[in-house]
Design a protein around this ligand. Sequence first.
Ligand SMILES: [Zn+2]
Length: 329
Amino acid sequence: MSKYKSGPFDTDPKPFGKIDFPSTVSRREVTPHNRFSEGYTGRLNCAIKALTPIHVGSGVYELVRQQPIRGLISYKSEIRIPGTSLKGAIRSIAEAISHSCVRIKDGKNRDAPELSLPALRECPKLNAHSRSEYQCTCCRIFGGLGYQGRVHFSDAVLVEGKIKLHQLESPFTPHPEAPGYTDQNGRYNGRKFYYHGIPIEDPNGEPYQVAAPESEFDFHLDFENLRAEEFCLILTAMGALDDIVIKIGGGKAGMMGSAAIYLDRLELRDPARSFGEFSAASLIVEEEVIEFLAAKVGTANSLIDNNAFERLKEIWGYPSSRSAPQNAY
Ligand SMILES: [Zn+2]
């Protein structure tokens, strides 16, 4: 039995837009780890600011004043967005705007005819003996089968703001984190991105513990041997270069999860010097981070599919006066 409201017709507009899968996937050799390279290696400190309530939950109910609520994730008494969630969110944006493969984890419909689309064929697994296999842009950056990737996201820790309850209107899918590649007939037809809008509470809705708007989380991104165009793709997917407001966490259909990412501090390790010395890597700290990165890597946009990126900007127009669907959609 469904606990979700459903009307006789699916009349409410869908709260998301879709970006088509790319018609081609560009694959090249992966970049070996721990080898001298001209690429960028270091750490980028960032902040996430909540523009609507953010809920990244464990999926487990918690009891607060005898009431079961969907809790936020906390560890060592800090509210956190796990680095894996953050990386997953940024990766799916990067995948959608580059010629990358789509990793279908559920294994459903693997023999469906549309799986002949190049993007739906996963990159080959690398093995220890054959490092020369080719992988797509995002597998090379974020990691692929048998390859660890060259970016690591820390947990984002709540440093400012309030935790509150948000009663989410209820016609929404039970699995807000599901990537949603398929239409209602189970066909793979693109990648779903939920619109921004105004979250409206429903007194009968399900209570979610959320980080209230204006809350701030800090995290850092460690990166290794990134080429300028790879760095550019990551920053673009984070919304850092074009002022895109991204979405993270649950309740996206209910207009939750709008977030802006700001760059705070950049540490670059100078591989030319650090590899020749015994001392720790020599460090360059950039204070004018966004100016520095915009000048150094900001125009290296050759990995970005412009049509897909324009489509994403259209879907993610912000601010938006859209409201969440009240009925099934
Ligand atoms: Zn791939």
